[in-house]
Design a protein around this ligand. Structure first.
Ligand code: BES
Ligand code: MN
Ligand code: ZN
Length: 492
């Protein structure tokens, strides 16, 4: 989507007028650039009972040469309503009317609410249809969006639109990676795309540890999970602005990247298994976050680590009962090969700790139990640091990507460290509290520093990485969840 910010002038092919409840007459400037006939059509529509400005209602007014869309915003819309309003408005537009869209903000709009409406439009402008053959004459051109507001709003609105565009680029990269099927998106392909993105960017480094390197380094958590696949595992390191803040503690973000999760030898039932192509969304979010940070010009240093593997059953696969000698030096008793995310993250978290980070955040589509607990409305948030947890929660709220605090109780840790043959086991005693025991497991792989554990938070995105019908930014498929949350957390 191309965007511009301007004065109230040309209307384009489609004119979007977001209006507040109770408007019966067009506010100043609303109808600038329309002919007398067009004005009277819009005025009649506004005066009629067909449009009241109620939230969620919209009315299309046909005029010669321009489709006018009246969008009801209610009386005093929340930030979420503004962002959702923009997203839903874009979703309802048809390119048959042309692709030059003008959105006009008049009386009652603050700059920040305008920016949110536009952000919703930008975020919603993504579809995953590249594997679908197009019909003859189908319109392929991108939207061209002009945001019109009075001069006093324009500088701030311009800056906000640029920032949203940069961040949305990252969200859309994350969504694209998540949506790619597993025959296309396997560990090496993810690594290849990361390298390709880094190429020519002087403030970005991407390093890939291939299978041989993983063996050399002793990354047996990642190896165990990935060795059953023809597509061998790898780890990808992201470094933004690696040459600044040397010696300072900076954030490290870790992602689970299971490009397909069959369950392995503890194989999953076939119904719904296709969704397990999304099991690399933690790593998709990490990649998307780095794209967003770089595109928005963030000047600080940040590290990322993704643990990439395909969990397959085969003659070479790891088995229940196996004991993994992880990078940390701690051993894991495998009780279920389908609890594989935690195995790969054990290496990622230990490695992250070695980077002396200010904090570590991991993202993982880790447990079905988290979806049982929170549905598709919130990610589960576990942390050993209340201040970090509060900051993530607040950033999530601001972006409408809810991260809900969950308990990291000692009893859950105990359940995972009770193995008779290894240091930790990858399954709890029963199925109760499965998302919490998983978090208790991960905590074993965060290192101490100066007598206390490094601040760490775990986001279980199993319910939010795809499948939320209430997410107005997303028609279907991968959501790009928490790219925006983490961008806000890191840059503010
Ligand atoms: N990737 C799954 C978790 C998952 C399931 C995410 C459904 C989204 C939707 C994970 O690797 C897994 O299989 N977890 C098991 C853990 C169990 C064996 C302890 C689960 O949740 O059943
Ligand atoms: Mn699994
Ligand atoms: Zn998984």
């Amino acid at each position: 989507m191309e965007t511009a910010v301007s004065e109230f002038n040309d209307v384009g092919d489609i004119l979007v007028l977001p209006l507040f409840e109770g408007v019966v007459k067009a506010p100043n400037n609303t109808l600038a650039g329309l002919s007398r006939t067009q004005r009277s059509l819009v005025n009649e529509a506004l005066a009629s009972d067909s449009f009241t400005g109620k939230a969620g209602k919209h009315l299309d007014v046909w005029t010669a040469g321009c489709q006018v869309v009246l969008v009801g915003m209610g009386e005093n819309p929340s930030d979420k309503s503004c962002r959702d309003g923009g997203a839903k408005t874009l979703a309802a537009l048809s390119k048959d009317h042309g692709t030059n869209v003008t959105v006009r903000f008049t009386t009652g709009w603050s700059t920040s609410k305008m920016a949110l409406f536009v952000e919703g439009m930008i975020l919603r402008d993504y579809s995953f249809d590249k594997y679908q053959h197009k019909e003859d004459g189908e319109i392929q051109s991108d939207w061209n969006l002009t945001c019109q507001a009075s001069p006093r709003h324009q500088p701030k609105l311009s800056a906000a639109v640029s920032k949203s565009t940069a961040i949305a680029t990252g969200v859309h990269v994350a969504r694209e990676l998540g949506n790619e099927p597993a025959n296309v998106m396997y560990p090496d392909e993810y690594a290849r795309r990361a390298m390709e993105w880094a190429k020519g960017k002087s403030n970005v480094e991407v390093e890939v540890w291939d299978y041989d390197r993983l063996k050399k380094e002793g990354m047996h958590g990642v190896i165990a999970v990935g060795k059953g696949s023809e597509r061998k595992p790898c780890m990808v390191y992201f470094r933004l602005n690696p040459n600044v803040q040397k010696g300072d503690q900076v954030p490290c973000i870790v992602g689970k990247g299971i490009t397909f999760d069959t369950g392995g030898i503890s194989i999953k039932p076939s119904a719904g298994m296709e969704d397990m192509k999304f099991d690399m969304h933690g790593s998709a979010t990490v990649f998307g976050l780095f794209v967003a940070l770089q595109a928005s010009g963030y000047q600080g240093r940040v590290n990322g680590i993704t643990c990439m593997a395909e969990n397959m059953p085969s003659a070479g696969a790891y088995r229940p009962g196996d004991i993994i000698d992880t990078y940390s030096g701690k051993t894991i008793e495998v009780l279920n090969t389908d609890a594989e995310g935690r195995n790969v993250l054990s290496d990622g978290l230990w490695k992250a700790s070695e980077l002396d980070p200010s904090y570590i955040i991991d993202l993982a589509t880790l447990t079905g139990a988290c979806v049982v607990a929170l549905g598709h409305e919130a990610s589960g948030l576990w942390s050993n640091d209340d201040a970090l947890s509060a900051r993530i929660h607040a950033a999530g709220n601001a972006e409408d990507e809810i991260a809900w605090p969950m308990p990291l109780l000692p009893a859950f840790e105990k359940e995972m460290t009770g193995s008779k043959v290894a240091d930790v086991q990858n399954l709890g005693k029963g199925r109760w509290g499965g998302a919490c025991t998983a978090a208790g497991f991960l905590k074993q792989f965060v290192q101490d520093r100066d007598g206390a554990q490094i601040p760490w938070a775990h986001l279980d995105i199993a319910g939010t990485a795809w499948g939320a019908s209430t997410n107005a930014m997303v028609a279907n498929g991968a959501t790009g969840i928490h790219v925006r949350t983490l961008h806000r957390l890191i840059t503010e």
